[in-house]
Design a binder for this molecule. Structure first.
Ligand SMILES: Nc1ncnc2c1ncn2[C@@H]1O[C@H](COP(=O)(O)OP(=O)(O)OP(=O)(O)O)[C@@H](O)[C@H]1O
Ligand SMILES: [Mg+2]
Length: 291
């Protein structure tokens, strides 16, 4: 397995990728029509698969690194880097792959995949097996914080990935990941707290949580979970000489989380654009099969 840091050129303008991702990454189940002005899809492709606890994401980049297509689907097939529903994961990924292939008119024969740091090697292999069973060779495997940093291009600081199931913390020094930790607090807990407070189902809470019109009134309800995330981060970074925190992962889309984490840690904290897609984009950037 390769160490992802250092073998990819850091992007000149990461924001450019994220802005494109906004318009080109469609929710799974859309009609699949090509989007006008789609970037050139004729040359070598870089493909990334992120099997997360909440979302399975597939991203395709062209030679220049522009997003050609991407899709994601909510699915509970992987938990914290461990494949818990192998058949479900393969079926879903194959479906997403076929859909994207139709959209871009090209076959996807390979993809890079990511894994949370600290996951046993056998489990990392299981993730690659899912990608291969879905019809794509998968020799390029990268740990998730290194993938995120392919997009962010940080030399020093912390990347905190608040996903569906966990909060992953990675500290970078001179562009290399020097410390990682993963703890079981994530977006699922936000939804559970909302469901409890409003006496609604988890699914309803999940939808409500993602509705920008609702987030202001939900903020006081989820704030204690944000504080929990902040205290986890604070505990891991204590005494580590970290002067910036970059939040990624779907949960960090919720407005106000950066302020709470900054308050709890005393460290400057920011959320880049499209934080949900930073890691999947970085995984795709590590796919070297056609380059
Ligand atoms: N607009 C939004 N506002 C708030 N939360 C959101 C939003 N969009 C997605 N989420 C939450 O983000 C989480 C999924 O994020 P992400 O895709 O980064 O996680 P994952 O990679 O699947 O999980 P993990 O990294 O824990 O394995 C879910 O809990 C989802 O509810
Ligand atoms: Mg994730």
């Amino acid at each position: 397995m390769r160490d992802g840091v250092g073998y990819l050129p850091v992007l000149a303008d990461p924001a450019q990728y994220l802005a494109k991702a906004e318009t080109l990454i469609l929710p799974f189940g859309s009609n699949g029509h090509p989007i006008p002005g789609t970037p050139d899809a004729s040359g070598p492709l870089r493909v990334g698969v992120d099997l997360g606890t909440a979302y399975t994401v597939l991203v395709v980049l062209n030679q220049q690194g522009s997003v050609i297509a991407g899709e994601y689907a909510f699915a509970q097939v992987v938990r914290d880097g461990l494949v818990v529903d192998y058949i479900g994961a393969v079926d879903l990924l194959r479906e997403i792959r076929t859909h994207v292939e139709h959209r871009i008119g090209r076959e996807l024969t390979h993809a890079a995949s990511g894994f949370p740091p600290g996951v046993p090697r056998a489990e990392v292999r299981a993730t690659a097996n899912v990608v291969e069973a879905a019809g794509m060779r998968c020799p390029d495997l990268i740990d998730e914080p290194s993938a995120a940093n392919n997009v962010l291009g940080l030399r020093d600081g912390a990347i905190v990935d608040v996903g569906g199931g966990t909060t992953g913390i990675a500290v970078l020094k001179d562009g290399k990941v020097v410390y990682t930790a993963d703890e079981a607090t994530g977006g699922t807990h936000f939804s559970l707290v909302i469901a409890g407070a409003l006496d609604i189902s988890f699914e309803e809470a999940e939808e409500l949580k993602k509705d920008p019109r609702q987030q202001k009134r939900l903020f006081p309800i989820v704030r204690p979970v944000m504080e929990k995330v902040g205290s986890i981060v604070e505990r891991h970074l204590r005494g580590m000489d970290v002067d910036s925190i970059t939040l990624v992962g779907g949960t960090t889309v919720f407005p106000g989380i950066a302020g709470v984490v900054e308050e709890m840690t005393g460290i400057a904290t920011r959320v880049p654009e499209r934080p949900l897609f930073v890691t999947p984009l970085g995984i795709a950037l590590s796919d070297m099969q056609e380059l």
